[in-house]
Design a binder for this molecule. Structure first.
Ligand SMILES: O=C(O)[C@H](O)[C@@H](O)[C@H](O)[C@H](O)COP(=O)(O)O
Length: 243
């Protein structure tokens, strides 16, 4: 594993564009290298990522990517009804599904709170679906507190994620609403070949600083890819970067 790489763009829009462009290039390369299998991508919620998905939806159809060989997973999900606007998967799929022609079998949504599964069972079901998946690319937004997925600092989810024996955990009392969530754990994230952090805005500068200097233990500081760890930032978020 090499050290983290930092790519700094002028603003949030430029970061979103860079993520979309880089995804198209990398997915094409990976499909050439691994003609026999699906390429698995872990999606994140958040504003930048959603903008990147919209860009991907526009540029994806004319690209060299074979969308029938891309598997979509989620790093975390809010445990609310499937049709709730709070779901992370809604924004992503609203953008991606209409133009990329994705089959349901390629879309690995985390279970919703639909009265069938309780939170703990829902996490277990997703762990079963995830199996021994190694994400080729895991996108991670970062909160101003340094959270990634639904793993929060100064919260039981952090210790639980770091020491998890499962790839997926239920999260209760999330400091960021809604309170019930499902999250990939650090072992699952850190098995990814590539982890791409997507971060913009001055309110993220401290979090980026803590994660990259280790000056405060935050979930983002403990996440990395086995082959590559990439920080895609805007200038404001990079203000306290250690590199
Ligand atoms: O589940 C959530 O509450 C969000 O998905 C959250 O974890 C988000 O990814 C980060 O807070 C970054 O969001 P922005 O890119 O919008 O700053």
């Amino acid at each position: 594993m090499s050290g983290p790489e930092f790519l700094i763009h002028p603003d949030a829009n430029a970061v979103a564009e860079a993520i979309a462009e880089r995804l198209l290039t990398r997915l094409t390369e990976l499909q050439q290298q691994h003609a026999d299998r699906t390429i698995n991508v872990g999606l994140t919620g958040g504003r930048i990522a959603t903008r990147a998905y919209q860009r991907l939806a526009a540029d994806g159809p004319g690209s060299e990517v074979d969308w029938s060989r891309v598997g979509l997973w989620w790093g975390d999900e809010r445990f609310v009804a499937a049709d709730s606007g709070d779901r992370n998967d809604r924004g992503a799929l609203a953008a991606l599904q209409p133009t990329l022609g994705l089959d349901e079998s390629q879309i690995h949504r985390m279970p919703a709170d639909d009265g069938v599964l309780a939170l703990d069972d829902a996490a277990e079901v997703y762990a079963g679906e995830f199996g021994d998946t190694v994400l080729d690319i895991c996108l991670l937004g970062v909160g101003p507190d340094g959270h990634i997925a639904s793993v929060f600092p100064d919260h039981p989810s952090f210790e639980r994620s770091l020491s998890a024996t499962s790839d997926v955990i239920p999260v209760r009392d999330s400091p960021k609403p809604p309170p019930l969530r499902i999250s990939l754990t650090h072992p699952a994230i850190n098995r990814s070949a590539e982890v791409w952090f997507t971060v913009s805005g001055a309110d993220k500068a401290d979090a980026v600083g803590w994660a990259t200097t280790g000056s405060k233990p935050v979930p983002a500081g403990q996440a990395h890819g086995t082959e590559r760890t990439l920080w895609l930032l805007d200038e404001a978020a990079a203000a306290k970067l250690n590199h």
